[in-house]
Design a protein around this ligand. Sequence first.
Ligand code: NAD
Length: 345
Amino acid sequence: MVNIAFFDAKPYDQVWFDKINDRHKITYFENKLNATTAGLAKGYEVVCAFVNDDISAPTIDLLHSLGVRLIALRCAGYNNVDMKAAHGKIHVVRVPAYSPYAVAEHGMALLLTLNRKLHRAYNRTRDFNFSLVGLGGMDLYGKTVGVIGTGKIGRVFIDICRGFGMNVLAYDLYPVTDSGINYVDLDTLFKESHIISLHCPLTDETRHILDSDAFAQMMEGVIIINTSRGALIDTAALLEALSSGIVGGAGLDVYEEESDFFYQDLSGTIIKDDVLALLVSRPNVLLTSHQAFLTDEALVNIADTTLANVNEFFENDNIVNEICYQCDSGKIDGSCLKERTGRCF
Ligand code: NAD
């Protein structure tokens, strides 16, 4: 049995982890993991963390000094972990895939809602306002969608778009050559897409991949969908593009500064982030609180894989879902220790 400190715990996490866990002692903390709360992990060998936990070097050093041996991320993305700081001290595992369908379907839900103004129609009819003025949209059939990142989620999103009869353009650093996907350079994608959907990870290269220069190339009224990571978009530039009409709508499941706000009920407080307040106030912006993953199937897979990762760490030499800063850099020069030994260090 292993003691697991589970940070940023929500009721929907606990339901599935408790159902699937039959071996370990899990203590659920509502606190997000950061350098201030890491002390809660005293006496635990494993911490389980999520997308908005701050796992930078000070957090890692504190966890290491307390004897924590494994950070089990219950998510795919790991941009919130200082991988270099962790290397040699604490192993990091993740859930590389739990349901690309959950995220891709949420992306399409954002697009459909935003395009046909369902969020506004819902509010109107609840108020017995049956006017249609201002609720017009466009047919998605025949429109061009530009998909940035054609990994697991991007490809499911492409399949969904094809089902709607849309033309798909795509950009990826590593195109999948036999996929039948029409890859183009980023500039072409910006210029020719009625809709642009982001499905690449957040890296130094992709931070603000949609900035003012990118928006300047886009066609007027383009709809932006982001279910990946908030910092892929320069939000100040997006607000300007919304004001000028270049961007006709933005469906966002993520926001650059989301960690201070998302997953909390702040309905009784004054939000001190003017950019967020401005975004939310726009009728053509639809913001959800990083919920694209939130389906039963995804939650089961997250719990299942996270617990399997913990078991593997303590029982096997090989940790399939371990990652480190070298994996991150895509090192393929034969120096990968994991390839030879099954572990990153
Ligand atoms: P994946 O690793 O299968 O695919 C990512 C793709 O992005 C790959 O094809 C990769 O080659 C490409 N890529 C990497 N760098 C790029 C660059 N500079 N430019 C263009 N493409 C680049 O990942 P996935 O499972 O499809 O997930 C994609 C992203 O979705 C994750 O990184 C994560 O940030 C996000 N995500 C969000 C949620 C949510 O609930 N909103 C849930 C899961 C994942």
